[in-house]
Ligand binder design. Structure first.
Ligand code: B12
Length: 211
């Protein structure tokens, strides 16, 4: 579909208005939200990441692409998330300390809501102590930690240690995700599970809830 390529191109160029218009147009034409997400938005964001790595795109431009993605996700959200489903459990999400990437985390949250879970979003750059306090307040069944940098992924360990130190480790299951992390890293830092993407995250959450 040529509109999907257009969507990716507008996202790369950071044209939020055009991204919004093409997203809506694709939905009107019957494209599924998953196709729009994977073949338009994520395809575009992959190019942005590559250009960022090679120095062809700088932070202000990447931020424009990121906000265009936010706009599109807002349009897709009601289509990805089904309303009126009884909550299957409470999941808390947060991007760890020092990390300003929240698109992936937000997407995982949207997919979990779509699968019927209640999602409490602590946002980004979440200090370990904030995770501890939020667990005490909200008592989620699972906490999802996100990190996108090789430097900040280490703060997942710090967050898990703070949770353990507060005596809460046995009360909450910990799921981790984000581009630099892996199953091995999850094992190394004592997380309960790892998921590669938002779809796999929903499967893992269902497994953890059932366990
Ligand atoms: C957009 C972006 C930014 C934006 C973020 C805006 C925002 N609101 O999120 C801004 C401009 C702020 C930014 C800043 C920086 N960025 Co940046 N950024 C990206 C970029 C291009 C896209 C990330 C993204 O949104 N992807 C789309 C989403 C849908 O995918 P995702 O995040 O991977 O999420 C999926 C999975 O990982 C998983 N997942 C994610 N979280 C979780 C959580 C759980 C619990 C689970 C189960 C799953 C899960 O599921 C998600 C959905 O399927 C990536 C490159 C890339 N292609 O990944 C670089 C990238 C991550 N950034 C990078 C860098 C270096 C930086 C900076 C250090 C640059 C600088 N010199 O300042 C700063 C750091 C700022 C900070 N302290 O965090 C590097 C990281 C390198 C590394 N290995 O450490 C990357 C890989 C670019 C590159 N190729 O060099 N960035």
């Amino acid at each position: 579909m040529k509109e999907l390529q257009e969507l990716a191109d507008h996202l790369i160029n950071g044209y939020a208005d055009r991204v919004a218009a093409v997203t809506q147009d694709l939905l009107n034409k019957g494209a599924t939200p998953q196709t729009i997400l994977n073949d338009g938005l994520i395809a575009g964001m992959t190019v942005v990441g590559e250009r960022m790595r090679t120095g062809e795109m700088y932070l202000p431009e990447v931020l424009q692409s990121a906000s265009a993605m936010h706009v599109s996700l807002k349009i897709l959200k009601p289509h990805l998330a089904k309303d009126g489903v009884e909550s299957r459990g409470k999941i808390m999400m947060g991007t760890v300390k020092g990390d300003m990437h929240d698109i992936g985390k937000n997407l995982v949250g949207i997919m979990l809501e779509g699968a019927g879970f209640e999602v409490i979003d602590l946002g980004l750059n979440v200090q370990p102590q904030k995770f501890v306090e939020a667990i005490q307040t909200h008592q989620p069944a699972i906490i999802g930690l996100s990190a996108m940098l090789t430097t900040t992924m280490l703060n997942m360990k710090t967050a898990i240690e703070a949770i353990a130190h507060a005596g809460l480790r046995s009360k909450v299951k910990i799921l981790i995700g984000g581009a630099p992390v892996s199953q091995k890293f999850a094992d190394d830092i004592g997380a309960d599970a790892y998921a590669r993407d938002a779809v796999k995250a929903v499967d893992k959450v269902k497994e953890l809830i059932a366990a």
